[in-house]
Design a protein around this ligand. Structure first.
Ligand SMILES: C[S@@+](CC[C@H](N)C(=O)[O-])C[C@H]1O[C@@H](n2cnc3c(N)ncnc32)[C@H](O)[C@@H]1O
Ligand code: SF4
Length: 397
């Protein structure tokens, strides 16, 4: 153990997570607005040096700013397509993180894996270096929709990845996109039931397709080449899907996330609960709470473009921006994140409780849309799809 760590241990309190962004993919999916770029030849040593510099810098920052934290509670390799990441880089990040921050005994280490870049050997190596949770981008349960979504795998590839993964990992999540225009509810429910019966999964993230600016789908949508499902049908998809997942013992703990008991994604819970996290890699950002002199939240924003990020971090760490969040912005973020959770948000987390309009709150309570009990504010189950308008109403009347 490093001496500085002993000093920190005295007043440690908060959970600390690490997010690692890998910005490359084999191809760009037409709906995706994540910071992802077509794979290119990379210099492994330069990437290792840059990640290393960022981790060391963050260690110094946390000490310098006297931030309370326990050792790492979760690590998440997201992307992009982290299953394309050279194993040597993953291994290095895990080793150095352990050395400088320490890892909690039951640390959760997730990696997003695409079926088109996760053969058996890759999965074996991921397990060997310490990944203990896989989030597999299955995305759709039939080949027609996989093609529409521009995916490089078919349903058979996804099934092989899932089989290999379940022989190796005890915590497997799957990402799916559903409620596409023209998708039939009956066909979707049959596909989902068969999928849940066939595979031993622990967690599912289920997203309804959204059209994001600066994507191919955005242009197609504007030209009328693709359409979105109507809101009522989308709501029906949502509630029917919730019912099916419940039957299979998957409990909704966040608007789009379902888990078997004890398999909620601890990393994402740290975000939604507005805890501390460090973000390294292109476009990643981190947020930590400063306790002294007052409670303030500080944000570290990385350069988004991979080449810029690499050139800035190769010799010493450099962030595009480091700044303290305004109390109001921080509160709004805490509220938006926390209300996504089924368990809601502890009101004491808000610095300025007066930001919530009391008349609006009373009205929403009377309509049974929101409840406040024992200091917890939460959106009631069948209103979660209207979360954005509920929040706007609460803080903006
Ligand atoms: C970082 S992304 C992708 C991880 C991985 N590269 C993959 O494609 O499987 C995380 C998830 O967000 C979801 N997603 C991304 N864009 C979306 C959109 N426009 N509409 C709905 N879901 C989306 C997808 O399910 C995706 O797996
Ligand atoms: S959805 Fe995943 S694989 Fe597709 S471009 Fe985005 S990050 Fe890459």
């Amino acid at each position: 153990m490093f001496p500085w760590f002993k000093v920190l241990k005295k007043n440690t309190q908060n959970l600390l997570s690490l997010y690692v962004h890998w910005p490359y993919c084999k191809s760009k999916c037409p709906y995706c607005d994540f910071n992802s770029h077509i794979n290119e030849k990379i210099d492994i040593n330069k990437w290792i040096a840059s990640f290393n510099n960022q981790l060391c810098y963050m260690k110094d920052e946390l000490i310098h700013k006297n931030i309370d934290f326990k050792n790492l509670n979760t690590i998440f390799f997201g992307g992009g397509t982290p299953s394309l990441m050279p194993i040597k880089i993953i291994e290095h990040i895990l080793n150095i993180s352990d050395k400088i921050f320490g890892m909690s005994k039951n640390i959760e280490i997730t990696l997003e894996a695409n079926p088109s870049s996760s053969d058996k050997n890759k999965l074996i190596n991921l397990k060997k270096v310490g990944i203990n949770r896989l989030s597999i981008g299955v995305q759709s349960l039939n080949n027609k929709n996989l093609k529409f979504l521009g995916r490089l795998h078919n349903i058979k590839d996804a099934q092989i990845t899932l089989e290999n993964a379940s022989n190796l990992f005890k915590n497997i999540s799957v990402d799916l996109i559903y409620a596409l225009y023209g998708q039939k509810l009956k066909i979707w429910t049959n596909e989902l039931i068969l999928f849940l019966k066939t595979n031993n999964l622990h967690h599912i993230s289920l997203y309804q397709l959204t059209i994001e600016e600066n994507t191919q789908f955005f242009n197609d949508y504007k030209k009328g080449l693709i359409k979105l499902i109507d809101n009522d049908l989308a709501a029906e998809f949502y509630s029917t899907t919730n019912d099916i997942l419940k039957e299979f013992q998957f409990f909704k703990y966040e608007i789009s996330n379902y888990a078997k008991k004890g398999f909620e994604c601890r990393h994402n819970l740290n975000y939604w609960n507005s805890e501390n996290w460090i973000g390294i890699g292109p476009g990643a950002y981190g947020r930590v709470w400063l306790r002294n002199p007052k409670v303030k939240r500080i944000e570290y924003k990385n350069y988004t473009n991979p080449k810029t990020w690499l050139s800035k971090n190769m010799n010493k760490a450099e962030f595009e921006k480091i700044y303290t969040l305004e109390d109001e912005a921080s509160d709004i973020d805490t509220l938006i994140m926390g209300l996504r959770l089924n368990n809601g948000i502890r009101i004491s987390k808000l610095k300025n409780k007066l930001m919530i309009n009391s008349k609006a709150l009373e009205e929403l309570q009377n309509k049974n849309i929101i409840s406040t009990k024992n200091g917890i504010l939460k959106v009631n189950e069948n209103h979660s799809l209207k979360l954005n308008s509920i929040i706007n109403y609460l803080i903006d009347v």
